[in-house]
Write a protein that binds this ligand. Structure first.
Ligand SMILES: C[S@@+](CC[C@H](N)C(=O)[O-])C[C@H]1O[C@@H](n2cnc3c(N)ncnc32)[C@H](O)[C@@H]1O
Length: 240
């Protein structure tokens, strides 16, 4: 179901389906959300961010530390892995999938992780206005929805103009890490990001090496099982 009664400007990279969530996931939202989920004032829709809302990452985590944002955390595999491996880094997951966020909270609690926070919102809005400019050391986007039908391509998150959105929140020298199993989207990502004035390529050759910090997720496995190549791309925020 899309969000009813809303008049949002622009094209979204997701269609929200409010499926049933389990009792455990409901408990996560009731009992764990106060710890893990950053409340966001909304604009017109339930996953929107009010344009006047601002947060300070250090306040949300209760400490100053290197700051990594993961966009589209899904079930949370990558962010949970990264937070476990890097206890001295603050990790913010931005996702619109209610059930996936619940699973991420349950696993974070089980593993005693204190360096994860989550935001249930449209990621571009979070990077455009909610977070301070230049506050992030890294932004990671692993297996974004490929929207592979031609008529849906316009929903792809990494499309012209995305450099300004993600480049705003990254500090100078900060990294954008991308991965996809859709060749056509990988080519689009490279074309788009090569042309964005805020970024420069970090890798040499056609594609980057597989990012060692990324665990194998269902999306990557499915791609590999179907014989697809997984493409990694890394870009650096150039000095402002
Ligand atoms: C194909 S899944 C990949 C999930 C995860 N990164 C993985 O590798 O398993 C893409 C995810 O991005 C989320 N997503 C898509 N557009 C988004 C947006 N604009 N803001 C936040 N999350 C978004 C979707 O809800 C979905 O969970």
């Amino acid at each position: 179901m899309t969000e009813p009664g809303t008049q949002r400007k622009g094209t979204l990279s997701f269609v929200r389906r409010n499926g049933r969530i389990s009792d455990a996931q409901e408990r996560a939202w009731r009992e764990l959300a106060p710890t893990y989920v950053v409340d966001v004032p909304r604009d017109v829709a339930e996953t929107s961010v009010h344009p006047d809302a601002r947060i300070a990452p250090a306040d949300e985590f209760g400490r100053t530390a290197p700051f990594v944002i993961e966009v589209g955390t899904g079930q949370g595999h990558a962010i949970l892995h990264a937070a476990t491996e890097n206890p001295d880094t603050n990790f913010l997951g931005v996702e619109v999938y209610h059930g996936g966020l619940a699973r991420t909270m349950l696993e974070a609690e089980k593993n005693g992780l204190t360096n994860i926070r989550l935001i249930e919102a449209n990621a571009p809005e979070v990077m455009q206005t909610l977070l301070p400019e230049g506050s992030a050391d890294e932004v990671r986007i692993f297996f974004p929805d490929p929207w592979h039908k031609k008529r849906h391509n316009k929903r792809r998150m990494i499309s012209p103009g995305f450099g300004a959105v993600v480049g705003r929140v990254l500090r100078d020298g900060g990294l954008l890490r991308l991965a996809t199993d859709w060749e056509d989207y990988a080519l689009q990502m490279r074309e788009v990001m090569d042309a964005e004035p805020e970024f420069e390529r970090v890798f040499e050759g056609e594609w980057d090496e597989r990012f060692a910090g990324r665990p194998m997720t269902a999306f990557e496995k499915k791609g590999l099982d179907k014989g697809r190549d997984i493409r990694d791309l890394t870009y650096r925020r150039v000095a402002r």
